[in-house]
Design a protein around this ligand. Structure first.
Ligand SMILES: [Zn+2]
Length: 452
């Protein structure tokens, strides 16, 4: 018997379910359900969505103060929701609304809400909460998608990610869990030549079944391996999962060529949930059992099929801290084809997510833009921001601050953090603005570097 697969079966069949059960999650049961429902017809899936939507609205209408008051004020009753389009009666949930009503959005009976901090790459930091039901559903949705590609939880995985916060908190718990699940993390902020050589050596040593990371970071590593004449397609890597940024064709091509595996794109975030994932037939399937996706124009009206619109999501497993008609700021087109894989899950196409440039430190070290984003993400009072690196010596930071923000302490914090990453002599200009103007191209870019 193949040792690897025996271990994988042990982890996936026993250890992981136990790990989840100890955390009172129901990911295993949910994943089994999802593996059945993915073959449902579009009509059946919509009926399921409507049923779950009514349950969600009934619960939040009784126990979430924000929605209880809204329903009373507007005369809304969940029993009036006879079709998915009824959703349009409800207001959009924006990051500003969540910031203003964080407490009123918590379910009165919610226990053990986990606090999260995200939205960095969208230029709008956000603090929000996640309940256990939500966690198990998001884990299950991700797990289902990895199995589409013939890999499973417990298979060796190399994660190219960059989060000093995640590394700092619960270090030991995470280390044990990661070892158990055979996940190894390569911190991807710094992309110096020496670091890149180290990443390549680490991947060669581990021989993972799957890679997971930002498309920008994985393609950067792939290009470096290529320039070194280092083969990476002989390691048995079955798939490279990419997420969090827009995936460009050129990135897909180089990752696929160098690692000798297909690239599977995923779209979602901690805030909005596990929204969509690519299947081997090329369809970008929405997690429709848990997530209702609407596409709207700048005035908030639904766009006709085939036209691009902002992605608005309603996550059906979020009664503990509802995400109902949440505006993601990303743009996509609904894909109305049927997928060759046979799954009935609806699809998105042409997702124009965020793009994040690499930045360059004064000493020439190339870093992922998130290295700077995390500094701003951690500061209280930042509503939105944009970073423009004009040269290795000068960086400009635009901040839209909240009304009650302490601007006096914000400026030195930003300068200190940026200099730690970029170099002690770097000029950092911080200015406060009323709003962050979009790029002329319409792209979402919150870190722009002219120094890379
Ligand atoms: Zn498919």
């Amino acid at each position: 018997m193949d040792r690897t697969s025996a271990y994988t079966r042990l982890v996936s069949g026993l250890v992981f379910p136990l790990h989840e059960r100890l955390k009172h999650h129901e990911s295993v049961a949910v994943r089994r359900e999802l593996e059945r429902s993915q073959w449902m017809s579009a009509a059946e899936l919509q009926a399921l969505q409507l049923q779950r939507l009514r349950q969600l609205l009934t619960d939040v209408g009784q126990h979430v103060p924000f929605y209880r008051e809204l329903f009373a004020r507007e005369g809304i009753s969940p029993s009036d929701f006879t079709e998915l389009a009824s959703l349009q009666r409800l207001p959009f949930l924006t990051k500003a609304l969540i910031r203003a009503h964080t407490e009123a959005l918590k379910h009165e009976q919610a226990r053990d809400l986990a606090r999260f901090n995200t939205g960095g790459s969208s230029g709008e930091p956000l603090i929000f909460f996640i309940g256990k039901q939500r966690v198990s559903h998001d884990v299950a949705a991700k797990w289902r998608a990895t199995r589409w590609w013939g890999v499973d939880i417990g298979d060796p995985e190399m994660v190219v990610w960059g989060s000093p916060i995640e590394l700092g908190k619960q270090d030991r718990v995470k280390a044990v869990r990661d070892k158990l699940l055979r996940t190894e993390l390569l911190p991807a902020f710094e992309m110096s030549e020496a670091k890149l050589d180290g990443f390549i050596a680490a991947i060669r040593r581990k021989r993972p079944r799957m890679l997971f990371g930002y498309p920008s970071a994985l393609s950067h590593i792939a290009k470096h391996a290529k320039s070194r004449g280092q083969r990476m397609d002989d390691l048995g890597i079955k798939v490279a999962f990419v997420t969090s940024e827009r995936l460009y064709d050129e990135q897909r091509a180089v990752i696929s060529e160098v690692f000798g595996c297909p690239v599977a794109n995923g779209y979602g975030g901690r805030d909005a949930g596990f929204i969509a994932h690519e299947c081997p037939a090329g369809g970008m399937h929405i997690t429709a059992e848990d997530v209702i996706v609407e596409l709207v124009d700048p005035q908030g009206r639904p766009v006709p099929v085939g036209e691009a619109g902002e992605i608005v999501v309603t996550h059906l497993a979020t009664s503990d801290f509802p995400f109902i008609r949440y505006r993601t700021g990303d743009v996509a087109v609904m894909d109305d084809r049927t997928c060759a894989c046979g799954r009935g899950l609806p699809m998105l196409k042409e997702i124009q997510g965020r793009t994040t440039d690499f930045v360059v430190a004064a000493d020439g070290t190339v870093m992922h833009g998130l290295a700077l984003i995390y500094i701003l993400r951690d500061l209280p009072g930042v509503a939105a921001f944009k970073i423009v690196q004009h040269s290795r010596e000068r960086c400009e930071v635009l901040i839209q601050a909240e009304a009650d923000a302490d601007r006096q302490t914000m400026v030195p914090s930003v300068i200190r953090g940026f200099r730690q990453r970029l170099g002690a002599q770097v000029e950092v200009d911080v200015s406060f603005v009323d709003g962050i103007p979009p790029e002329r191209s319409g792209k979402f870019r919150y870190v722009i570097s002219h120094a890379a």
